[in-house]
Design a protein around this ligand. Structure first.
Ligand code: 13P
Length: 245
């Protein structure tokens, strides 16, 4: 039985004071959630968020990390630095990082391996563009991202995958529950091919892309969908309705 996991990706929103205010709003509202709950504020909000989430049911995640420990990587943050402030999850290979910051499948793989070695739970993202979907390339894209991004992983069952079709992100256009489930099935089949069916059955796969309080329930009812990675709807009080789908 896979425990549902609902994560909020706050993206580049909420400065440290706004992070504190949103944590104050959300922590009590999500306290009785049955799902695993994760908030991912900006790097600058992490320390505050970790302090505030202590003794709560909420885990704190970063939105990215570098795979090296330290050194001449101007502007980057290492996994070790995340661990030092008490972060326990990290989003890796979000489509915005891939598209806007040229992140490759190889970098995603290095980051996932490094995160696991530090005890961080990586939320590894994949998903196709509208053009790829319309030209029948969606499955090939997702399979390739997973084959390259998830190779050489010691314990795949600790990894969380987020399938986020790029055309559904921030557009209000959610994938249908059947489309989302089918694509999460492609992810699971790829993991089964790499690590065996038993391990694949233990991996939690989230859907992301315009998830809101009105559509979360039907998505979560699908057999391959074990959670949600939520953007815009994660920085409002109504995120509590999503985690309590
Ligand atoms: P939206 O929920 O705003 O569509 O964003 C999804 C996302 O990118 C989460 O990582």
């Amino acid at each position: 039985m896979r425990k549902p996991i609902i994560a909020g990706n706050w993206k580049m929103n909420n400065d440290v004071n706004e992070t504190e205010a949103l944590m104050n709003t959300l922590l009590p509202l999500v306290a009785d959630a049955k799902a695993e709950v994760v908030f991912c504020p900006t790097y600058l909000g992490l320390q505050k968020a970790v302090e505030m989430a202590k003794n709560s049911n909420v885990g704190i995640g970063a939105q990215n990390m570098h795979f090296e420990k330290s050194g001449a990587f101007t502007g980057e943050i290492s996994g070790e630095m995340l661990v030092a402030v008490g972060v326990t999850y990290v989003i890796i290979g979000h489509s915005e990082r891939r598209q806007l910051f040229n992140e490759t499948d190889e970098a995603v793989n290095k980051k996932a391996i490094k995160a696991l070695s530090l005890g961080l739970i990586p939320i590894v993202c994949c998903g196709e563009t509208l053009e790829e979907r319309e030209s029948g390339q969606a499955e090939a894209k997702v399979v390739r991202q997973m084959e390259l991004g998830l190779k050489n992983i010691d314990d795949i069952t600790k990894v969380v995958v987020a399938y986020e079709p790029i055309w559904a992100i921030g557009t209000g256009k959610t994938a249908s529950k059947e489309e989302a489930d089918e694509a999460c099935g492609w992810v699971r089949a790829t993991i089964a091919k790499l690590y065996g069916e038993d391990a694949a059955q233990k991996v939690r796969i989230q859907y992301g892309g315009s998830v809101n309080p009105g559509n979360v329930k039907e998505l979560m009812a699908m057999k391959n969908i074990d959670g949600a990675l939520v953007g815009g709807a994660a920085i409002k009080a109504s995120f509590a309705e999503i985690v309590k789908f």
